[in-house]
Design a protein around this ligand. Structure first.
Ligand SMILES: Nc1ncnc2c1ncn2[C@@H]1O[C@H](COP(=O)(O)OP(=O)(O)OP(=O)(O)O)[C@@H](O)[C@H]1O
Ligand SMILES: [Mg+2]
Length: 255
């Protein structure tokens, strides 16, 4: 367990936010659990199912918001923000992200695709998988909110001793003057549609902080009206790389 740098803000307001959000997690999780259970009832009418689905969607958003607020208060407040590094298979985390995100694309006009090369699927790496998942889900969620047609791609690549994770979309893009501001807390470009106005503007602030604490970096490129690419770069330790080399040479019949 590694504690991220502890801030010396007096942060009483943040302590309150942190306790309230913490307390909110239990009832939200239980509501989410019961709604999910209720949805499993095969006798449900279509109408009721639709209503439950909407309720579940709202509770999911609430849950993300509460967790994000809690993290933010930990990062900028007096609390501790934890990173828990452990060994995990890259493929496992990417498939969880795929599952978590599939409900974000109900409209067939927008396709969600995941590109994970076979040799990276079995890559065993040491980092914080829960935090990586949190960042990727936020990036895909953003892309889904600002893309009306086309695609959202999650692409996994390796560049030497770095792991590259990219989320590319064919959405509305970001104005050049706002491109760096998207990482500021509570920043949101003026919203138009319903979906766009959901959210609080802290997802990217958190994502950048998390990636920084994992010794990586996050960058954004965008062309208005064409789309956006969020590029995450994370370190791979040498033992992780040996493993990829071995797997790669095995599957290609020699060195
Ligand atoms: N893929 C994208 N395409 C266009 N604009 C984007 C994209 N991703 C982020 N943005 C802009 O950056 C802002 C900040 O994103 P961020 O994830 O921090 O907040 P949010 O999604 O609005 O809310 P939250 O993540 O807290 O639920 C967004 O409100 C949006 O204006
Ligand atoms: Mg977001």
């Amino acid at each position: 367990m590694v504690d991220a740098e502890e801030n010396t803000n007096d942060g009483h307001g943040l302590d309150i936010i942190s306790s309230i959000t913490h307390e909110l997690r239990t009832p939200i999780n239980s509501t989410k659990g019961f709604l999910e259970l209720a949805m499993k009832d095969p006798e449900l009418s279509l109408e009721t199912r639709e209503k439950l689905k909407k309720a579940l969607e709202s509770v999911r958003r609430m849950s993300v918001l509460v967790n994000d607020l809690l993290d933010l208060s930990m990062i900028i407040g007096s609390g501790r923000f934890h990173i828990y590094p452990r060994w995990f298979f890259l493929g496992d985390i990417i498939s969880t992200v795929e599952e978590d995100c599939s409900h974000m694309f109900p409209d067939p006009e927008v396709r969600f695709r995941v590109e994970l090369p076979e040799e990276l699927e079995k890559l065993k790496m040491r980092s914080d998988p829960v935090r990586i998942r949190q960042v990727l889900v936020n990036l895909v969620d953003n892309a889904s909110k600002y893309t009306i047609r086309g695609y959202v791609d999650l692409i996994v690549m390796r560049d030497g001793d770095r792991l590259i994770l990219e989320v590319r979309d064919t959405g509305i893009g970001i104005a050049p003057e706002n491109i760096e501001r998207v990482f500021e807390p509570f920043f949101q470009e003026s919203s138009g549609t319903d979906r766009k106005s959901t959210g609080t503007g802290i997802g990217l602030t958190l994502s950048r902080e998390i990636i920084k604490r994992l010794d990586g970096s996050i960058e954004v490129r965008s062309v208005q009206g064409e789309g956006t690419v969020f590029h995450v770069n994370l370190p791979l330790e040498s033992s992780e790389l040996d493993m990829v080399e071995n797997l790669f040479s095995e599957s290609h019949g020699g060195g």
